[in-house]
Each structure stands twice: as C-alpha cells, then as structure tokens.
Design a protein around this ligand. Structure first.
Ligand SMILES: [Zn+2]
Length: 83
C-alpha cells in the first residue's frame, strides 16, 4: 500500500519525493517521517500551519484541529503506538 501511495504524494514542506521505510514514508530531502495511521491513511500535514485567507473563526478552528493532530502524532511516535 505505501509503495502505491508514495507515487501519488510529495513532502508538504519542500515538495521532494518520499520513499517507503518500515511502516512510514520519509522525505528524500528533509528526511521528515510521515506515519501510517491505518491501512490507507498517511498523515502528511505541513510542518508550519499555512497562512490561509479564511475567516478568523474558520482559521482558528482549522489551526486547533491541526495542532490536536500533531499532538496525537507525537504521542503515538513517543509511545511507539501503531494505529
Ligand atoms: Zn521534505
């Protein structure tokens, strides 16, 4: 599955190609890891929250969701939890 996904995506931070590692994708340029959370879901959010031209309230909700996902990702990685 990861080898198929990798052909369709690139690193959200620098646009470089990603390669398949054990159970995640890795950027060939910045070496950032993108964990696989399910059989068909890989988290590939940019490192920095994008500056969108959304309404103030919309942007806040999106940023809060993004930060919660980043916290969850870090907890899973730290505790070696495979989801
Ligand atoms: Zn990268």
């Amino acid at each position: 599955m990861l080898s198929e996904i990798r052909k369709l995506v690139c690193c959200p931070d620098d646009g470089a190609e990603v390669i398949v590692k054990n159970n995640y994708l890795e950027c060939t340029s910045c070496h950032r890891d993108f964990p696989m959370f399910a059989n068909n879901m890989v988290e590939m959010l940019p490192s920095a929250f994008p500056q969108w031209n959304l309404l103030k309230d919309e942007n806040n909700k999106a940023e809060e969701s993004y930060k919660n996902m980043a916290i969850l990702e870090n907890l899973c990685i730290r505790n070696n939890i495979k989801t």
